[in-house]
Design a protein around this ligand. Structure first.
Ligand SMILES: Nc1nc2ncc(COP(=O)(O)OP(=O)(O)O)nc2c(=O)[nH]1
Length: 298
């Protein structure tokens, strides 16, 4: 109730410090750049599988203005090849080490495994991005807590292998809220402070085309939990359908449409994108328009 009241009064969640960067929620929308160190990611699989190529790509995204870099060693798309913890560590740790040595941009690791998170945090990552919302590995919350790291807890229905077979909800907003609330409880029970938690509705993770659009339109309702929202729409299938069936490589404009719409609706605090420079331009427009309604100087 206190959280809802606070939100009604428009107070933003407490700021989050990652490395030497302070994230002030509510002022503008931050950009998380995607670095997929995988052979099979749905949109850029194989391009950055070589660690040097992944590091170079991460540095380029940092140069382009990424506020955060998300390094992933296992594709989460339906039908992706499962990766052992050892193999995932071998993929992501060299990239975290290389990036940590050459940029001060905070680093996130997209993993569901405690063993991978432990090594990635030791190598200098600041945040663990778990697409199962601490639902896959019971040891993961404690690993995050003991490292003093932050986390992003995402909603998923089912597993990547099953999630798109027949997604269904009584009320998608209520169901996602209930799942995220339980995920936050798991994190807090392990000792992760609330102000180091971000939440994510998991666009495309056990959702129909309509569920995705409905969630994006009503993102603000997830703010009742009083935590910053991270959203990933970049290049995803529902955008391809809206863009007349375009393949993942031709969904930049649709991605920017989704990013600007989220910013305009005030629903996302962080957007997770592959195309950082373009997303920053789209956000500059959306944030300026939003600021102008407050009589801000233009
Ligand atoms: N928090 C969060 N993490 C995510 N990780 C992967 C993907 C899928 O995108 P990508 O990483 O490009 O593909 P793949 O999982 O095939 O590597 N989407 C999200 C998302 O929406 N939110």
């Amino acid at each position: 109730k206190a959280v809802a009241a606070a939100l009604a009064s428009g107070t933003a969640p407490p700021a989050l410090v990652l490395g030497d960067k302070r994230f002030e929620w509510g002022a503008s929308t931050y950009v998380m750049g995607v670095v997929n160190v995988t052979p099979d990611s749905f949109s850029d699989g194989g391009r950055f599988f070589d660690p040097e190529a992944a590091i170079a790509h991460g540095l380029a995204l940092a140069e382009a203005g990424a506020d955060l870099l998300d390094v992933g060693g296992e594709s989460t798309r339906p039908g992706a090849l499962p990766v052992s913890a050892e193999a995932e560590v071998a993929r992501v740790v060299p990239v975290i080490e290389g990036l940590r040595a050459r940029t001060s941009v905070p680093l996130s690791v997209d993993t569901t495994k405690a063993a991978v998170a432990r090594e990635a945090l030791r190598a200098g990552a600041h945040l663990i991005n778990d697409v199962t919302g601490f639902g896959a590995d019971a040891d993961l919350p404690r690993v995050v807590a003991e490292a003093g790291a932050a986390c992003c807890l995402m909603h998923i229905q089912g597993t990547p292998a099953t999630m798109q077979q027949a997604p269904r909800y009584d009320d998608v907003i209520e169901d996602v809220l209930g799942f995220l609330e339980a995920a936050v409880a798991r994190a807090e029970a392990a000792g992760v402070p609330r102000e180091r938690i971000l939440l994510d509705p998991g666009i495309g993770f056990g959702k129909t085309f309509e569920h995705n659009l409905f969630l994006l339109r009503r993102l603000n309702e997830l703010r009742v939990l009083g935590l910053p929202l991270l959203v990933g729409t970049s290049r995803k299938g529902f955008l391809g359908r809206l863009a007349g069936g375009k393949p993942a490589s031709e969904r930049l404009a649709a991605t920017l449409g989704s990013v600007a719409s989220m910013a305009a609706l005030g629903g996302a605090d962080v957007v997770r994108v592959h195309d950082v420079a373009e997303a920053r331009d789209a956000l500059a427009v959306a944030d300026a328009i939003r600021r102008s309604e407050d009589g801000g100087a233009l």
